[in-house]
Design a protein around this ligand. Structure first.
Ligand code: BDR
Ligand code: CA
Length: 322
């Protein structure tokens, strides 16, 4: 029986909540999507700019679905940040097409509107729907602006983004800022200031889970082996890495077993300028301060620890299935 059918059955049996993934499909996004197809009830893919232009992200989502023989609907969202210019595309990391320049693209880039789909789905599933965001937070911020009820409609939002300097990992764009947040800090600030039930998975955690060339070579999935070659090369050439980080896949891993992640509950904010532009922040100490910039802000779950062996074992075992 095909894996997708098994996954759909398992989802029914476990009464998994429906999941939407919001993505700027680069290589680790594609790994996250494949992992979600095999383990979660993925009902739709909303695209945004980031690693690639939004048009290319739509093509990548369609190419991935076509390759795996699934028909999840694909939607097109923001093509730029709320109020800034987009950062340069990540072609030196993910290839010009975002998928390691390995895939051919007969697909076109037309797709219905992502932000309306997010809002309609949130109303449709009221309290049941989970969202993973693995690109800049522009689509979610736009949805929040249009639909103030969103925090009470979504079950949970798992965000790959940010860096807090623990485990030796600061930002990957500046010493302070991570790519998804720095692409649209204003959108990220709007999301972190909201009462969404959210879990933030920053570089502190995602950089710890590295997949080696040998582990990739053992995957039976030729598509994943093909698209990861360029990305793996980037990590190995940059030095200091034993393999490639699959940042975005950890949002799906968290859904598969939140027990693998250590979280703290804390208010969060984003620096909106200066040398720390795009840095994600939490209160550093316990002293009572006269000017509390976190006063009145909601608390969120922030992951700062991960059981690397368990996360890797489940991810690799699942991806090896086909
Ligand atoms: C994030 O940036 C992107 O390049 C990756 O896809 C991931 O979402 C890591 O900083
Ligand atoms: Ca991404």
């Amino acid at each position: 029986m095909p894996c997708e059918v098994l996954a759909a059955r398992a989802a029914e049996e476990l009464q998994m909540s429906p999941l939407i993934i919001d993505t700027d499909i680069g290589v680790d996004d594609a790994v996250a999507l494949r992992y979600a197809l095999l383990t979660q009830d993925l009902i739709g893919i909303t695209c945004t700019y980031g690693n690639v232009a939004v048009e290319q992200a739509v093509k990548n989502a369609k190419a991935l679905c076509r390759h795996y023989g699934v028909s999840q609907p694909v939607f097109k969202g923001a093509s730029r940040p709320l109020s800034r210019r987009p950062l340069p595309l990540e072609s030196h990391i993910h290839g010009h097409d975002g998928l390691g320049d390995y895939v051919t693209f007969p697909e076109n880039s037309t797709a219905p509107d992502a932000v309306h789909y997010l809002i309609e789905s949130a109303w449709h599933y009221r309290g049941e729907l989970t969202l993973c965001t693995i690109g800049p937070l522009t689509n979610l911020a736009l949805a929040l602006n249009l639909c103030p009820e969103l925090p009470s409609l979504l079950k949970e939002v798992i965000i790959m983004g940010g860096a807090f300097g623990s485990n030796g990992y600061g930002g990957n764009m500046t010493h302070f800022a991570e790519f998804n947040i720095l692409n649209d800090p204003e959108a990220a600030e709007l999301v972190l200031a909201s009462t969404l039930n959210l879990v933030l998975i920053p570089l502190d955690v995602t950089m710890q889970v590295q997949i080696s060339g040998e582990e990739i070579a053992r995957l039976k999935d030729e598509f994943l082996r093909g698209i990861t070659a360029f990305y793996l090369d980037f990590y190995l050439k940059r030095g200091g890495s034993a393999g490639m980080a699959v940042h975005d896949a950890l949002t799906v891993s968290y859904l598969n077993n939140p027990g693998w992640y250590q979280t703290v509950t804390t208010p969060l904010t984003v620096s909106l300028g200066g040398p720390t532009d795009g840095q994600t922040l939490r209160p550093l100490g316990r002293l009572n301060v006269p000017h509390d910039v976190f006063a009145g802000r909601p608390e969120h779950k922030l992951c700062l620890g991960v059981q690397v062996a368990e996360v890797k074992e489940h991810l690799l075992k699942t991806l090896r299935l086909q």
